[in-house]
Design a protein around this ligand. Structure first.
Ligand code: FE2
Length: 199
C-alpha cells in the first residue's frame, strides 16, 4: 500500500502496513492495546477539559503504527523508532512519523526530543501502560527491571522513571482519573469483552 494521498491512514490501512512490514502478532496486540488506552485517555481529557482539542484519528493511527519498525532492518545508527519514522515517511505519512518519533522511553530525558504536543504525550504515556496487557506505569517499569538490560539501558530506565511518573500525574489529573490501576483494569476489560463479541 502506498497512501501518500492520505495524511492520516484509517485503521484498516494501518493493519495493511502491519502486513507489509511483518509486524509480529504479539506486537499487533501491544499496539492495539496502546490504541485503546490512547482512545480512552483522549476521550476523558476532552470530556474533562472542553477547551482541549485532540486529533483523535492521528492519535489512534500513531498508536497502531508506533512500533512498525519491529521487523524493519535498521540502517547504521538507527535505533527504535528511527526505522519506523523512515518507512512512514516513505509511505507518505509524515504526520504519523512526526508523532511516533517522541514515543520511545529515552526521548523523555531530553527537552528537545521529549513529547510536547498533547497527542505525543498521550501516545508516550499509553505505550508505558501496555506490554501485552494494559498495566500501569509502575508495573511496566517493574517488568523492564526484570529484563536483562545493559548498564546504559538501566541508567535510562532510572532517569526516565520520575519523568514518566510526572507525565502520568499530569495527564491523569487533567483526565480526572484518580487510580491508574483501576483505569488499566477497566480498559483491559472493555477490550477483552469487545474481542469476545468479535467487534
Ligand atoms: Fe510500544
Amino acid at each position: 500500500m502506498h497512501c501518500d494521498v492520505y495524511m492520516i491512514p484509517t485503521e484498516d490501512q494501518c493493519r495493511q502496513l502491519w502486513e507489509k512490514y511483518h509486524l509480529p502478532e504479539k506486537k499487533r496486540r501491544h499496539v492495539e492495546l496502546v490504541a485503546c488506552v490512547a482512545r480512552f485517555l483522549s476521550q476523558q481529557l476532552t470530556i474533562n477539559n472542553s477547551q482541549l482539542t485532540i486529533n483523535h484519528s492521528l492519535l489512534v493511527a500513531g498508536a497502531l503504527l508506533h512500533d512498525i519498525d519491529s521487523k524493519v532492518p535498521k540502517l547504521s545508527g538507527e535505533k527504535h523508532p528511527d526505522a519506523g519514522v523512515r518507512v512512514l515517511k516513505i509511505e507518505g505519512l509524515a504526520k504519523i512519523a512526526q508523532l511516533i518519533k517522541t514515543h520511545a522511553l529515552h526521548t523523555i530525558l531530553d527537552r528537545h526530543s521529549c513529547p510536547k504536543t498533547l497527542e505525543e504525550k498521550i501516545l508516550f504515556l499509553a505505550d508505558k501502560m501496555v506490554k501485552y496487557d494494559i498495566i500501569t506505569v509502575d508495573e511496566r517499569f517493574r517488568l523492564w527491571g526484570n529484563e536483562s538490560l545493559s548498564d546504559a539501558e538501566q541508567r535510562v530506565l532510572r532517569a526516565a522513571y520520575p519523568k514518566v511518573k510526572a507525565l502520568e500525574k499530569e495527564l491523569l489529573y487533567l483526565a480526572g482519573i484518580g487510580s491508574p490501576g483501576q483505569v488499566a483494569k477497566l480498559i483491559m476489560e472493555e477490550y477483552t469483552n469487545k474481542k469476545k463479541e468479535g467487534v
